[in-house]
Design a protein around this ligand. Sequence first.
Ligand SMILES: [Zn+2]
Ligand SMILES: [Zn+2]
Length: 212
Amino acid sequence: MQITIIYDNTAYSSDLIPDWGFAALVEAHDRRVLFDTGGDGAILLNNMKKLEIDPSSVDEVFISHPHFDHVGGLSAFLHENHEVSVYVPDSLRGIKHAREIRHLSEPAQIHDNFFSTGQLDQIEQALAVQTEKGLVLVVGCSHPPMEDILNTASRFGNIFGIVGGLHGFNKFELFGDLQLICPTHCTQHITEIQNRYPDKMEQGGAGRVIKI
Ligand SMILES: [Zn+2]
Ligand SMILES: [Zn+2]
């Protein structure tokens, strides 16, 4: 499995544009999933081009939640590639020009080895991908309580790691069993997480590639 951060508040690669928001390419089991789309379509497509990610090579789009910094780039992306299925939390309506829109409310397997927590706290879903090491969770902002995200995902297997925005998450003990933590985007307590789990930390930022 490989996760390439395309869009983030900070840039890991100096030739990418940092901007408030999140998007990542999740590659696993011969599938290429665009997780969220950042806030600005031009920045999303610019960063994808710099990373040599052809929009037409993306199989599917998974949207965590309807906030602008996660869906803002979607219409620009669909302009480049509308032959995709788009997985959205149930509350997100009004997407046009995609081949198929799948609304998710309950926890569900969406493919072999790919799972959604379903819409939690009436706002957000997380993506869980099964790997040889365990489940890897990709999260947008983690607005629902982290206990709920972890508990819901764990019905699909043991959680190995988490990548994405953790917002105000501060119950650090909940990550005690995880082996990989990449807190980025809106995460407010990166320093505390780093201090508590230095051996598990992966740096974020646009351009960062995490191989699992
Ligand atoms: Zn948000
Ligand atoms: Zn956000």
